[in-house]
Design a protein around this ligand. Structure first.
Ligand code: MG
Length: 379
């Protein structure tokens, strides 16, 4: 594929319900959408970075800048797809070529992943292949999972979980924080004795909190996600050693190399996989395969994406190492409507995208309404 242009669109989206966690509250959810063109092909990708650099150091405006100034020019200069098998799994070679083209730029995995997703999408679309086929995923659907943010009162959390259970969700994740942990979890567990429940601290604690966090062991949780800051692997190892509840690493897993360090340190017992956070589908698959080999269960995370990237996540969630339901919610989470269409949850499951490419092409009319800036980088 001779790449001719990389187009960026800034989607000015807002969440219907604020996303509140230990690191802050997100209401504005700008999405940097990427379209690659060349040789009559086109592909779409989106960047997972949030409005502010509070989840990781990346943020949407930074991703926009680094893509326009550094990543897109490098990718256009390098090109992709001169060789590669004419099969669905040919995407792996193209993903590796994108990674090579932008490897000289340090960091920015979410911005890199958006370009990779767009190139992979172009490749799959050209062959008429769904991403699921390319991954060898045959399941027609995967289990959904809901996330409940921190709230003002325990009653609010219990009511929200009740509504999710009513809607068919069989797995719920509660965000926890210092001063907001044992009490809401106990209340939800008391109300829903058999619900598959897990918690996510987003790095709010340290290794010195292991004894306190061990209080979670009595609630039969699937996991405690990211108890310590991303780089506090020793703290995480201390928590993992103290608790019966499995510790799941999310923010800490930034690359296959970081995974190896985490495994060597015993920093966690399972992995939440997000292709954006690790630099794309290629590294995500490498992490999946390594975890499968090492007997480390995975599940697929979410980044409040549009239906495009969420479709890719649903396909990833069908991989054999995905031992637990992912953060795959249904419904339209954007005030302005999801430009790529919302995923539907039916009987607690999300359908795996079976059209060509990584997911549905965003609707041009909906895009026109929410796009507030554009940039085109040409070869
Ligand atoms: Mg998380």
């Amino acid at each position: 594929m001779g790449l001719e242009a990389i187009e960026l669109s800034w989607l000015d989206l807002h969440l219907r319900r604020p996303h509140r966690t230990s690191y802050g509250t997100d209401v504005a959810r700008p999405v940097v959408l990427v379209r690659v063109r060349g040789d009559g092909l086109e592909g779409w990708g989106e960047c997972a970075a949030f409005a502010a650099p509070t989840y990781t150091e990346e943020y949407a405006a930074g991703a926009w800048a680094v893509t326009v100034d550094h990543l897109a020019p490098r990718l256009l200069a390098a090109g992709v797809g001169e060789a590669g098998p004419d099969r669905p799994d040919g995407w792996v070679a193209w993903a590796a070529e994108v990674a090579d083209a932008v490897a000289g730029v340090v960091g920015h995995p979410m911005a890199k992943a958006a370009l990779e997703l767009a190139v992979v999408d172009a490749r799959l679309r050209a062959g008429g292949w769904p991403l699921a086929d390319a991954l060898g995923v045959t399941a027609p659907s995967v289990e959904a999972g809901a996330v409940v943010g921190t709230r003002d009162t325990v009653d609010e959390v219990v009511a929200e979980v009740a509504a999710l259970v009513e809607a068919g969700y069989g797995r719920v994740k509660l965000k926890i924080d210092r001063g907001w942990d044992l009490e809401p979890v106990r209340a939800v567990r008391d109300a829903f004795g058999s619900l598959r429940l897990q918690v996510d601290a987003n790095g709010a604690y340290g290794g010195e909190d292991a004894a306190h966090l061990a209080g979670l062991d009595r609630f039969g949780l699937l996991c405690l996600e990211q108890p310590c800051p991303a780089d506090d692997l020793a703290g995480s190892a201390a928590v993992a050693a103290r608790l019966d509840t499995p510790v799941c690493l999310d923010e800490s897993i930034t690359s296959p190399a970081r995974l190896e360090i985490c495994l060597a340190l015993g920093a966690g017992d399972m992995v939440c996989l997000k292709p954006g956070r690790v630099g794309g589908l290629g590294p995500a698959l490498a992490i999946h395969d390594r975890c499968l080999e090492a007997g480390v269960p995975l599940w697929c995370g979410g980044m409040l994406e549009t239906g495009l990237a969420r479709a890719a996540n649903a396909a990833l969630a069908g991989l054999p190492g995905m031992a637990l339901p992912g953060d795959l919610g249904g419904g339209d989470r954007f005030e302005e409507g999801d430009p790529a269409g919302a995923l539907a949850v039916t009987d607690g499951r999300v359908a795996v995208w079976r059209g060509p490419g990584v997911g549905p092409v965003p609707d041009p009319d909906r895009l026109a309404v929410v796009t507030t800036a554009r940039a085109t980088v040409t070869a």
